[in-house]
Design a protein. Sequence first.
Length: 388
Amino acid sequence: MLRKALEYGAYTYPPEWFNNDDNFAKVMQETLYLQRTLINEVNGLKAAIDKPELHLRGWKARGPARIMLLTGWMYARSSVEHVFIDLRNAELTPDDGEQLALLMTRCNKLTSIDVRGNDSMGERGANALVAFMDGAKVRTANSVPRSVNGVTHSRSQLQIPKNLSMVECRLLCAELEANVFAEGVSAGMGKSTTKGTATLNRRGGSASDAWMPLLWAAKDNNLIVARMLIDKGHDVNRQEPMQDKGNSGYAPIHWASHKGHAAMVELLLTNGAIPTILDKHSNSPKMLAEKKGEKDVVALIEMFTAKMAKGGVRKQQSQTSAAAATAPAGAAAPVAVKPEVSLFASGVTKQGGNDGRQARSFGTSDISRLAAKAKAEQALQLQSELES
């Protein structure tokens, strides 16, 4: 394991590279840490050398050579089986995140890792793993799916809580985009198996056309995931395949309206969702909400439509809505423009938080508090991006 780790690390550099004092010091430090970590971990690594899984949850080892040691373990294995490494809550660093992404790129046998609970990776480490997943998207039935959330061939379920950190949400969204999922049967077709948690089952690439992450997030009322998918460019007006007899050609706003998710409806509307878009049975989101008795959603859609009529929303948004309303069901939806208006100021009853609980009768102080919180979060995110 030590030799394989060095072949992957220090031995890959040409002799002249070591003439730089900083490079030489870096490699010496890594090698000393590697030797010390291997001595402490060798029994556990040796016991798992022929097994398809390595469990290091809460790993206590520290230092710059942890991932190099895992590399030595991977390349010392004689088995051709796909490998899963559990690294949850291991206090991974940004460098660890980048090294793991590189290891998964170079070593095809390492098909799954679980790095949840490692906010310590920060944006840099998360971005490296997201970039890896973007390049590992399942495109055909023969594609080998990869995972950074612990999904394997034998454990195909992915548990998704409503309460996610930003790092975990980025990694989760990358996984939802890279692989194909379906709602678990045990989840009751969208209902959570445990409070605040949804279950998805990973499927093969042959079903890729039917999998729409934003549609699922709207149906499940997972606001943080929906926001991130929208920010990543997912079409808020993309509908279920019309030719599929098993669905109704819903767009995300259809599902949110049908299930009474008022906060999700507002999120979609303020990011370009067309309030008059029709499913293949000619139902608009408002009609679905009316049938289910979701008065808050009906009021929200009516208020948004009224603001559009009065010019409270960008003219382009109004034109997009009119074009979609007259387009035949199944036609490609026009590109919508994000409106400038926020419906918080209108006093409409909203759903609060990611747990889906109703927060009714918002007052002026509540609106001000939420607006201030939103601005503070945006400022922190902008500061983080600038520092990066």
